[in-house]
Design a protein around this ligand. Sequence first.
Ligand SMILES: *Cc1c(COP(=O)(O)O)cnc(C)c1O
Length: 399
Amino acid sequence: MAQINSHYLQLSQNYLFSEVARRIAAFQAANPDSKIIKMSIGDVTRPLCPAAVEALHKAADDQSRPETFHGYGPEQGYAFLAEKIRDFDYAPRGVKLEADEIFISDGAKSDLGNIGDIFATDCRVAVTDPVYPVYVDTNVMLGRSITYLPCTEANDFVPQFPAEPVDLIYLCYPNNPTGTTLNRTQLQQWVDYARQTGAVILFDSAYECFITEADVPHSIYELEGAKECAIEFRSYSKTAGFTGLRCGYTVVPHALRGTDEQGNTVELNQLWRRRQTTKFNGASYPIQRAAEAIYTPEGQAQVRETVDYYLNNARLLREGIEAAGLTCRGGVNAPYVWVKTPEGLGSWEFFDLLLQRANVACTPGVGFGPSGEGYVRLTAFNTLEATLEAMQRIMNYEL
Ligand SMILES: *Cc1c(COP(=O)(O)O)cnc(C)c1O
């Protein structure tokens, strides 16, 4: 029998969302008349914007005629989309990128998971805690050791530099699950730290479009020196409702280098290109056309409207939580609100209490890492009506 990659056996059972679903189902079965509102959903609920839908239809028609048919495309994505990304997502923020520093893919999760391929297996990894589980699990699969950087009230949710040297640092801002951000000064300190220590920052900016405050950088490349130490990941999933279409991109600047075993420097851009052209055959043509449509004036306005809809939900969540006498973080530059549980209650205890008293489902913070204990996450991705109703109930029921 073939020997397996035993590192897979080290993965912790990801029971978070299944346990949430199990408890909701059990409560519903015992209380058939109760109307549970799910503020735990991690998926968007608003449909795709009309500009993207129209582009999809048109691209389908392109595929029906020999003159406009598109088969295999460039593995790293079509120039028509990479150029839009360069000109709309980066140039206006003073970030100059070459189109070949942008790699279009089927979403940020795959890229965040696959990026580990281009680094040595014995690289040391740091992640913030609580954390998006993909960073942890994909490194455990390769047998890498992981340092957790706690983000709690004590440090105002700003991670401290690792005590021991590390090679790769995952940062996600605006953050899932806490909804917190790093301001320009704080992110610059991480960039400086990475350059001093030779570490690479893997910057997940999936929630960039939710930023409302001026002092929060939209791209890590707005900070001096970041092109020499950071890879940035973006996604159309939360921006434009592409969770079911699948499209995102990763920026690997030419200035970013690593070393080989002999100590020679090597461009990471070249390695990622090799990796993608070998193991990936490109995001589909119609989907890249749909992504391109987001950059039209209509597309921009439509996407903005949806993002504002979720941000309004986030505001209602924050206000409701505070009116109920609880404290929370996030919800200003992110679709997540990180609620501190009432004194003495663990994440799961508060989950049960919210479910039983208010029939509202949340996500227990401890499921995102040990420092999430004592918190729950509410998402702004439900409808306005459901959000209002959930907050009304939380304010009405003594918690
Ligand atoms: C949703 C999300 C993504 C985006 O994933 P896709 O694969 O592009 O849908 C990336 N990072 C975080 C932290 C997320 O929550």
